[in-house]
Structure formats: structure tokens, C-alpha cells
Design a protein around this ligand. Structure first.
Ligand SMILES: [Zn+2]
Ligand SMILES: [Zn+2]
Length: 241
């Protein structure tokens, strides 16, 4: 997977190395995100298409979730920026990677680890009707996409939670995939991986149940689901709080 988004010959080798560190497989930076062993702070770069920015309430809940789980004594910083539409909706993950290459500006620097979250103005291209509507995807070690247009469409259902609740649940769920759950970079401390839905939790009501990343799974929830004790034990054993 290439990381060149332009033909700039003047990019110094250090910054190319830094970018490579942020383009690794999902789950491979779990310990770096959870613990302060290699990184004592984290910066989350949120890039939204104009008009598809997340609600303040969702970002507040998401920030609190990170404070609760990550051991980052030098702090957690969220940055926000809006960009014009790519015009590529609906999106394949390959297209999302191209958009990231064009819009991501923050990479790991010294003691600070960087995460990129894109709020997209469209859906995932392999969504099929009401069966499986994907809300978000964690696709690299520090990269997430939230299909914000899909989230907003869901809120028109009569039993839908508020937009901020769906956003917050999706942000938390996808970020926990970056943290290596379930069994994708953070070792299992107990047998709680779903046998049918790999990399998800089989505890009813847990944030990491596979249903939470799909539209039908968030219908009827009133609050953002929390991690169950088995998921938290995995995170703590890999350096988290
Ligand atoms: Zn998931
Ligand atoms: Zn769980």
C-alpha cells in the first residue's frame, strides 16, 4: 500500500518514516495506543467533510472514553478540520485510504502517537439494504472512517437513538479495534471472542459486539454501550487503564 499522495521530492526521510509507522495493519499499534511505554500522549486528527462534522456531545463522550482507557499522562488532544467532498461516495476502503493520503496531516512525532478519523459524506459501497449497513471501519493501525451520512440517515427511523449516541458508539467501537480487540493485536485474557463474528466480543450488551458497527445493531439502544469486564481485562493486560 503506497503512501505517496503527491510527487513532492522534498519530503524528508524522517517524515516518510513517520508516515509509514501510521500505515501498518489494524491492531499492530494496540500497545502503543494503550500504554505510555513508547508514547506518552495521543493526538486524534478528525477530518470531516463540510456539513458532516460530528456532534460536540459525541466528541465529548469519545474523549472521556479515551481518558478512561488510555494511559497517556502527557494528555489526549483532539483536533478538528473540515474538507470539501471527495465526490467518491459510496466508498470502498481503497478509496478511503486515498482520501486519507490526501487529507491526513498528523503522524507519530516523538512521544506523541497520532490517529486519523474521517467523517465521510456517504456510505460504504458494499452496504446491502437493511441487512447490513456499516457505520464505521477501522482499517489500519491508526485509521478510522465513520460513514456519517449513513448515521444521519439512521436517525430518521422512529426507534433510532440520537445522532450523538450513534456517533459516540461508533467512534468508541472502532477505536477499540485500534486497541487490538477482540484478539486482533491484544491477546485474549479469557475466551470471549465471538465464534461467528471474528474480532468481536460474545458478551451480550458489550460495546464490542459485532452488531454495534451495523445499523440494525444500534436501533433501540438508549445509551452508548460500555465495554464488559472481559474486554477491559484484555486492554489492561496490554498496558491500558
Ligand atoms: Zn467491529
Ligand atoms: Zn466485550
Amino acid at each position: 500500500m503506497g503512501c505517496s499522495n503527491d510527487d513532492n521530492d522534498n519530503v524528508d526521510s524522517n517524515s516518510i518514516a513517520n508516515q509509514a509507522n501510521n500505515k501498518q495493519p489494524l491492531g499492530s499499534s494496540a500497545n502503543d495506543l494503550l500504554s505510555d511505554t513508547n508514547f506518552s500522549s495521543i493526538t486524534v486528527e478528525i477530518v470531516s467533510v463540510e456539513g458532516f462534522e460530528p456532534t460536540a456531545a459525541a466528541l465529548s463522550g469519545f474523549t472521556q472514553f479515551l481518558e478512561d482507557r488510555l494511559f497517556k499522562p502527557e494528555g489526549i488532544t483532539i483536533t478538528q478540520r473540515s474538507v470539501v467532498s471527495s465526490g467518491k461516495a459510496p466508498f470502498s476502503i481503497e478509496e478511503i485510504v486515498e482520501i486519507e493520503n490526501d487529507t491526513r496531516t498528523l503522524f507519530n512525532e516523538e512521544d506523541d502517537i497520532a490517529v486519523y478519523i474521517y467523517f465521510a459524506d456517504g456510505s460504504r459501497e458494499d452496504d446491502n439494504g437493511d441487512e447490513q449497513i456499516t457505520l464505521g471501519s477501522a482499517y489500519l493501525n491508526t485509521s478510522i472512517v465513520i460513514y456519517e451520512d449513513t448515521l444521519r440517515n439512521l436517525t430518521t427511523n422512529f426507534n433510532a437513538p440520537s445522532l450523538s449516541t450513534i456517533e459516540n458508539a461508533t467512534l468508541n467501537h472502532e477505536f477499540v479495534h485500534l486497541l487490538g480487540l477482540v484478539n486482533i493485536g491484544t491477546p485474549l485474557q479469557s475466551d470471549h471472542e465471538d465464534e461467528e463474528e471474528s474480532n468481536h466480543c460474545n458478551v451480550v450488551g458489550c460495546l464490542m459486539q459485532s452488531a454495534i458497527q451495523f445499523g440494525n445493531g444500534v436501533m433501540g439502544i438508549n445509551n452508548v454501550p460500555e465495554l464488559d469486564p472481559l474486554c477491559i481485562a484484555d486492554l489492561q493486560a496490554n498496558g491500558g487503564k
